[in-house]
Design a protein around this ligand. Structure first.
Ligand code: CP
Length: 328
């Protein structure tokens, strides 16, 4: 089937979802990000790969981590960055999303980073733009958040390099989570042998096992001997009506405490894409504890987003910067 993310030579043209992306492309992004992670250690944290290009951040839904790290990543690649303030843009006067995009293209935008509450918004823009423009999905509805999935895998590789020997549990509101979908597709494509989901039935999509995951409804059996615990936020804004008795009740059963974490392997890492709801899905002692890699996830997001933008802009290989060269 024709993949709108790839050009006719199989190179990445847009990044819209992990689903359908070949393992080779996922590894290209992860390996390129390894090279970019070192840029943060330099005195001048910049490389000239996107010099002369304009990146437009279009965030129609709130964000702290994704928006900021995309902006930092684009600046580290020396791009000009426009972050449209949607609240004060002409959207409020009835302008359509595609008219907004056309106007930004008329201002010579080269790349759009799009977050939207509606699933499919980034696909819509990708179908609309001319061939030289690239679109990155920064989270659409409950559908996909590909750079989050990639930065999560990148983080796991840093702490647990042998992906082929891992047991990973994703815990919580899988039903409404674009992050969980992206993580599951990334982990299964890259050969992680056991991906588990742990949640009440009401928070799991129908036939979730068809995604290649093992389903658990209780933490005791689900967390047993896992290497990685990925917690998810309860996405209350996407729930129609009450799907749970109460957040206190949820915490008692599915909230990650030190006691429940002890069921995992002793060296298990704890992840969360953010934003966290302390005392709902995770206890503060775990979120801030020694097994938590929640803040490193955020840091690695910069390298992943640099890699994606560099690859889109220039067909970047996994070694974008020879040692000692390429800075400005
Ligand atoms: N993980 C994530 O997407 O966070 P933000 O909503 O803050 O971007």
């Amino acid at each position: 089937m024709n993949n709108p993310q790839l050009d006719t030579d199989g190179h990445l043209r847009h990044l819209l979802s992990i689903e359908g992306l070949p393992k080779k492309i996922l590894n290209q992004i992860l390996d390129t990000a390894e090279s970019f992670a070192g840029v943060a250690e330099r005195e001048v944290k910049k490389v000239p790969l996107l010099r002369g290009k304009t990146v437009c951040n279009l965030f129609f839904e709130n964000s702290t981590r994704t928006r900021t790290t995309f902006e930092i990543a684009a600046k580290r690649l020396s791009a000009d960055v426009i972050s449209l303030n949607v609240g004060t843009s002409s959207q409020s006067k009835g302008e359509t999303i595609l008219d907004t995009v056309d106007n930004l293209i008329a201002m010579h935008a080269d790349m759009f980073v799009v977050r939207h509450a509606q699933s499919g918004a980034a696909h819509l823009i990708a179908k609309h733009v001319p061939p030289h423009i690239h679109v990155i999905n920064a989270g659409d509805g409950r559908h996909s958040h590909p750079t989050q999935g990639l930065l999560d895998v990148f983080t796991i590789r840093k702490y647990k390099p042998d992906l082929h020997n891992l047991r990973i549990a994703i815990v919580g509101d899988v039903l409404h989570s674009r992050v969980a979908r992206s993580e599951i597709h990334a982990l299964t494509t890259l050969g992680v042998p056991e991906v588990r989901v742990i949640a009440p039935k009401t928070l799991l999509p129908a036939q979730v096992e068809k995604l290649g995951v093992h389903v658990f409804h209780d933490m005791k059996s689900g967390l047993k001997d896992v290497d990685v615990v990925m917690m998810l936020r309860l996405q209350n804004e996407r729930m129609n009506g009450a799907m749970l008795p109460s957040s206190q009740e949820y915490f008692k059963t599915y909230g990650l405490t030190q006691e429940k974490l002890a069921l995992a392997k002793p060296d298990a890492i704890v992840m969360h894409p953010g934003p966290m709801n302390r005392g709902v899905e995770i206890d503060s002692s775990v979120a801030d504890g020694k097994q938590s890699v929640i803040l490193p996830q955020v840091t690695y997001g910069i390298a992943i987003r640099m890699a994606v933008m560099a690859i889109l802009a220039g067909g970047q290989s996994a070694n974008p910067m020879p040692a000692g060269g390429g800075t400005q």
